[in-house]
Design a binder for this molecule. Structure first.
Ligand code: ZN
Length: 213
């Protein structure tokens, strides 16, 4: 099931993973993990070609994705009879995160107009603050405009749009907010910029970067 430019999210997500790891944040990697007769497949009357079938090459993560050793892998949509675009649907991820005191989640990956959107909306419904890693997502756009509509939906419900540029090293080092720097030529309001500044994970980002040479 192709997503145009889907592979473009990999270097971005690798960079986010590096930043979040240096801030000691948890990294959760989710995957579709369908049985061969999943209801979403065209052969079963669904809309999609067969994809992400359990224990097949199609369900493997890209070898280019740098998955941390301590990442939590969440498999979803494992029941033949149920679709689950949201990573919180039919999994125990929400209760696990809550038990660990997690309040904020940052979401990237594929696809913007399905699993990303549904996971983001679901997370907000569950009471998490949510940032969308907008340079680390790509959509399917089955109908033209689907991706734009998905973005609007997420933002309308309170998700914060975030890009790699929102993690300036000097700010992470001092832990101080500098809204002027965040705004740049980005058409965000000052309020948005402040919200974004608050969403940043704090940590020794710069130090880790220096150690890597
Ligand atoms: Zn699927």
């Amino acid at each position: 099931m192709p997503v145009r430019e889907g592979d473009h999210v990999i270097p971005m997500m690798n960079e986010y993973i590096r930043i979040f790891k240096s801030a000691k944040a948890k990294v959760i990697i989710s995957r579709d993990w369908h049985p061969t007769d999943h209801m979403s497949f065209k052969s079963q009357g669904g809309s999609w070609p067969p994809h992400c079938v359990q224990n097949t090459a199609g369900a493997e993560f890209s070898p280019d994705l740098k998955i941390p050793k301590d990442a939590v892998i969440v498999s979803k949509a494992t029941d033949s009879a149920k679709e689950a675009y949201s990573v919180f649907d039919g999994t125990d991820l929400a209760s696990k995160l809550k038990a660990q005191g997690v309040q904020r989640v940052f979401v990237g990956g594929l696809a913007t107009d399905y699993c990303v959107k549904e996971s983001v909306l679901h997370a907000m419904k569950l009471g998490f603050q949510v940032a969308v890693l907008v340079d680390g997502i790509r959509g399917i756009n089955a109908k033209p405009g689907d991706v734009d509509k998905a973005m609007n939906d997420m933002l309308k419900h309170g998700a914060i749009p975030v890009t790699l540029g929102d993690f300036p090293e000097v700010e992470a080092l001092t832990g101080e907010e500098n809204p002027a720097e965040v705004i740049g030529d980005d058409p965000l309001t000052k309020d948005d910029a402040k919200k974004k500044a608050r969403m940043r994970p704090k940590g020794s980002y710069k130090q880790v970067r220096r150690e890597r040479g």
